[in-house]
Design a protein around this ligand. Structure first.
Ligand code: GRF
Length: 217
């Protein structure tokens, strides 16, 4: 029998929450040894909050407008996260840029999923940019969060072929399927202690990764 799950995960979202759903499904099916303990959104109408509620997971909305300053908001966000003593904090479609204090507070525990093969295409509109560049391959990356937007040490990537007839939407859908594989994998590595960030280097199973682990869709 598997040991009881005691590794809490807090997931931050702003929207649809399909990556959150992938984590909830992986937990329910015991494919990860981790428990999604809370979901925090900066948007009260994020569809992902319904997914969390359906799974019986605690939800919080922490929106900038309710606070006197950005620092106060980030303090509240950090305190809410820390109250679950999470082993992993997952940014899964969280559209707010976090300040350095909050990032430092969770360094080595906070990961982000980004829909490109970083370092290609940090920022927005990644599918459109990959198509415009004529890339043969596109994909997604899970990386540790640092103060550099989409620039932290990379852990795992999934790559998918770009087809001649692709639109940004069809390409996004193919990438998203891959995202739903690599995010639970990275969370499992982190919560079981196989993955860590030491002196800025990604360590997996005791060795420093020279390149992110690459999965094919
Ligand atoms: C994903 O493409 C993720 O890589 C990006 O935002 C999107 C979120 O999708 N950061 P969802 O809310 O998980 O469905």
């Amino acid at each position: 029998m598997k040991p009881a799950i005691d590794a809490n995960v807090v997931v931050l979202i702003s929207g649809r929450g399909s990556n959150l759903q992938a984590l909830l499904d992986a937990e329910r099916e015991r494919r990860i040894d981790a428990h999604v303990a809370a979901v925090i959104s900066d948007q009260a109408d994020a569809a992902g909050l319904q997914r969390a509620a359906r799974a019986g997971v605690a939800t919080h909305v922490i929106a900038g407008g309710e606070f006197a300053s950005r620092d106060a908001c980030e303090q509240a966000l950090g305190d809410a996260i820390e109250s679950y003593a999470p082993k992993a904090v997952v940014l899964a479609g969280f559209m707010r840029i976090l300040g350095p204090h909050l990032v430092q507070r969770f360094t080595g525990r906070m990961i982000n999923i980004h829909p490109s093969l970083l370092p290609l295409y940090p920022g927005l509109n990644t599918h459109r940019r990959a198509l415009a560049a004529g890339d043969a391959w596109h994909g997604a990356t899970v990386h540790f969060v640092t103060s550099e937007l989409d620039g932290g040490p990379r852990i795992v990537q999934v790559r998918v072929p770009v087809h001649a007839a692709d639109t940004p939407e069809s390409l996004a859908a193919r990438v998203l399927q891959g995202e739903h594989r690599i995010l639970p994998q990275a969370v499992d590595w982190l919560t079981t202690g196989r993955l860590s960030l030491i002196s800025g280097r990604v360590m997996l199973d005791g060795s420093a990764l020279e390149h992110p682990v690459l999965m094919e869709a």
